[in-house]
Ligand binder design. Sequence first.
Ligand code: ATP
Ligand code: MG
Length: 649
Amino acid sequence: MRGRLQNKRSALHEETAPMPRSVAAVHAESLHNRDAFWAEQARRIEWKKPFKQVLDYSNPPFAKWYVGGTTNLCHNAVDRWAATQPDARALIWVSTEVDQTLEYDYRTLLAEVNRCAAMLKGLGVGKGDRVLIYMPMIPQAAFMMLACTRIGAIHSVVFGGFASVSLASRIDDAQPKLIVSADGGARAGKVVPYKGLLDEAISLSTHKPAKVIMVNRGLAEMPMTPGRDEDYGALCVKYDGATVPCEWVESSHPSYTLYTSGTTGKPKGVQRDTGGYAVALAASMETIFCGKPGETYFSTSDIGWVVGHSYIIYGPLLAGMATLMYEGTPIRPDAGILWKLVEQYKVVSMFSAPTAVRVLKKQDPAFLKKYDLSSLRYLFLAGEPLDEPTAQWIAEGLGVPVIDNYWQTESGWPILTAQMGIEKTRTKFGSPSFPSYGYDVRVVHEATGEELPRGEKGVVAIMPPLPPGCMSTVWGDDARFVKTYFSSIPGKLMYSTFDWGICDEDGYYFILGRTDDVINVAGHRLGTREIEESINSHSNVAECAVVGVADQLKGQVAVAFAVVKDASRIASPELRKAHEAEVMKLVDAQLGAVARPARVHFVTLLPKTRSGKVLRRAIQALCEGRDPGDLTTIEDQSALQQVRDCLAT
Ligand code: ATP
Ligand code: MG
């Protein structure tokens, strides 16, 4: 019976191919006719050897996609396009930090990647070896990532400028044979020297890399350790014109490992495969990001994060697009810089984060109207809840649809998103819309694992197998993969996202914050995000963080920290008090007195991770007089000091 049903389904698929053009139909197809669906998607990339089996799920929850197939990520991202469109732009690098722009077409990008691959090979790196990349946003970082996947080495990019302790723990986890770094990065006009941090990290780590390649930008001191450190410039001369063939690897061969942002605790080493990732990204470029070969894509993220991996480097290149890599902030030389770049390079799709939009929100909105944005189809935002006021402000300011998309380092590509390349659906502010094809998303009860009806809040879970592109395991720790992600919800084997969510009557999902960001005030369970949304709707608030703080009487109370736009309104203690009362009144009116924060503190910045996520757990710990814990991924320590100062008054 089962076999017959499956046969019938695949026959149906033959009839209905190509893809049905509705998001709901594609989604249903991807789950009910899974293997045929993903076999079809696999045609988007080139395989050296065809796969024999679409999915091996004999050992749940481990999913092996495209078993028996061999391919290469670099081949699909670079060589393939260098053969068909060698003169098309591939990588555009703009740095407002060092005032420099460089452009590479697919031919020159291939030459650079080949040269880096030759360097790596020459220094003893081979298939399966790890290469740790600790670099600023410069083209050499992209070359090196692609060079690694070209030779089957596994890259592990660590956000540039991370302190030595964080770097040391990642060196010990990834055990790289070689590290690539640079003398320094630059941010907001200040140089961040890397070499001292790197040397200190290597002295702290148990594992020692055999070789270090250093790119000298002429920004900072770069003392070299003889025998270990090599100069990139000298290696460029040595390997000029060298070519290295692509290493054809099994589809499940790890392409890279990457650590999560560390918002909720110790970062986890996410391991990504090769074939499934290439297919998932190639599909997403058309169905979600609406990009075509020859067009320009611009993501403001950093290569140190998953967005940088998937949508600065691999995704756009797999689609034959030009990718714009930007070293700089959104407000230097002025708050129009991002839009100036959109105009200049005719960007069609842009990807950024709510945190960047909130930075712009504090600036003159006239900048949004200053440039010709007619090339831009969509602005994609991800990484943090996108509150309605922020979404509305940027959508109206730019006159471009804003697409909120929800995903994780673990997933590698959007879990929830509008899929405008399939169907132009309506979006709702505050919602990342619908599950992407391949993701069997459920909202479940956190204690029983039971699926909840529409309109009820629960944990967002994904029924395994996870689709292609998602993490294969935790690097070096299969048990941690199962324990961390698949054991927190009782009942069935399910992947927990550790985020709260709700699916409304129309099938739109809303993410309501992390499962550890819920507060319980006198028996009422409140999501900190709802209170934040309310505070954010105050016209003088740029952004805020709300945490639950232990309270003898009520169990917990909400405490808010808000960044104001106009500081003159809190210039004296009396004004501050009045402003605080005004914010409280707003929450009262919108959510009811039970949600009213016990205190609203005003600060000039919030403690965030380097990827721009608010470190609520650290704020909460300080409010409760506890140790804030692992703070290795914090952006600016002074933000925590402000929290401490507020609490002292
Ligand atoms: P760690 O797992 O180490 O604590 P992290 O979860 O911040 O760190 P990431 O993988 O960078 O690491 O972030 C994924 C998380 O970001 C999601 O689980 C979710 O909480 C949040 N997030 C991402 N996109 C959205 C979005 N569009 N709306 C709401 N939240 C989002
Ligand atoms: Mg996470």
